[in-house]
Design a protein around this ligand. Structure first.
Ligand code: PMV
Length: 371
């Protein structure tokens, strides 16, 4: 059997994901995969080594905001101690991305023993504008992880689709935590949670319960408030949760919110959804503001938009709500049935707060795929 018992998930080194060395190494070829970004409803903020979350999180997988990655592979004549790869971003060499990929390869080598046997050329591009403030690590790392798993499939033809996706999520997590939630869709859960069957810290799973039709075609319009480089990376932000005065309570609160959201996603309670999602967004930023050192990633226009959303909801009874990532941009979430009115509201009232008037219309999607 390709993978050992699922019970070994509980073991530290995840031996079920260590594949045996293959005798059938393909000589050369090219694999292309695409993977979307995702937006967390209950946020992951705080981790322990290696890339394990302090609390379970849940997200909508997106559709339009995605990375397209091709991995060209060629068997090396002489295998050396180093990884051998080149990286092209939008067709041009991108040396500043290389250390991140190097670290990723070091972390996953144990699980993909063929890595040093090949010379790789990784070509990657995003559908969303560069430096838009939209994190490309989730879509980028999950697209690369899926490419590598498709290569592994060529060596181990007994690998089932389910096991392939599971391991792709496991590997993506080692590149960037939230990336593990992008492999599948429309809603995924990452992190062990008492009331979600099969949830675990090692990889994300599809939300395993009925999803009410109210949430089936949810939209996410991303207002690009500030496209500048973040002053504080999420790696640093996660680290600041160690010794944070509110960390323990925050992790408990995230678990409680996920329990509530589980019921809400099944019952279709849009008011309940808004309350949890907006509170989670503001709590994430409250954790940043109460870290030591403290920091603020929201901008004045982020707050203006939030106030406008609250005003609009009060006036119209709409189900429009907002959430935030680790940045100033605002994600507006709403059911497809309200799309027309809400897009009118965005163009007439909110575009003024976007940098260069830019926003991206996205919706719930189904995850990564091979092209
Ligand atoms: O995956 P990372 O390490 O970039 O952390 C992402 C954290 C948030 O986007 C702020 C929340 C989340 O759960 O996606």
């Amino acid at each position: 059997m390709y993978l050992c018992s699922k019970l070994s998930i509980l073991m530290k080194d995840y031996p079920q994901f260590i594949s045996s060395e293959s005798i059938r190494l393909p000589n050369e070829g090219k694999i292309t995969c695409t993977s979307p970004s995702n937006i967390a409803l209950v946020k992951y903020w705080g981790k322990r080594p290696v890339q394990l979350p302090e609390n379970a999180s849940i997200s909508f997988t997106l559709d339009a905001c995605k990375t397209i990655t091709s991995v060209s592979y060629k068997k090396r004549d002489v295998v050396s101690e180093d990884f051998d790869f080149d990286l092209l971003f939008e067709g041009k060499p991108k040396p500043d991305f290389k250390p991140k990929i190097q670290r990723f390869f070091e972390r996953i080598e144990k699980y993909l023993p063929f890595l040093k046997q090949y010379t790789f050329t990784i070509e990657t591009s995003n559908t969303f504008p560069h430096s838009s403030g939209i994190a490309s690590s989730a879509s980028g790392m999950s697209a690369l992880a899926l490419c590598l798993m498709q290569l592994e499939k060529k060596m181990h033809s007994d690998l089932t689709d389910e096991d392939l996706l599971q391991k792709a999520s496991f590997l993506a997590r080692l590149g960037s935590g939230s990336a593990c939630r992008s492999i599948e869709g429309p809603i995924t859960v990452w992190g062990s949670h008492q009331e979600i069957n099969n949830s675990n810290d090692a990889f994300a799973i599809k939300f395993p319960y009925k999803i009410h039709q109210n949430f089936e075609r949810y939209c996410d319009t991303i207002l690009l408030i500030d496209k500048g480089e973040k002053q504080v990376s999420s790696t640093v932000g996660h680290d600041l949760m160690h010794g944070h005065p509110f960390a323990k309570r925050r992790f408990e609160q995230a678990a409680e919110n996920l329990t509530k959201l589980k019921g809400i996603l099944s019952s279709g309670d849009l008011h309940g959804f808004i309350k949890i999602v907006e509170s989670e967004a503001l709590t994430l930023h409250a954790m940043m503001m109460t870290s030591l050192p403290y920091f603020i990633l929201m901008k004045p226009n982020t707050l203006s938009v939030i106030n406008k959303v609250w005003e609009y909801r009060k006036q119209t009874g709409s189900s429009l709500c907002f959430t935030l990532d680790a940045g100033a941009n605002v994600h507006l979430l709403y059911p497809d049935s309200e799309k027309e009115q809400i897009l009118d509201f965005i163009t007439s009232e909110l575009v003024a707060y976007c940098q260069n008037g830019q926003y991206i219309c996205d919706k719930i999607g189904l995850g990564a795929k091979m092209l």
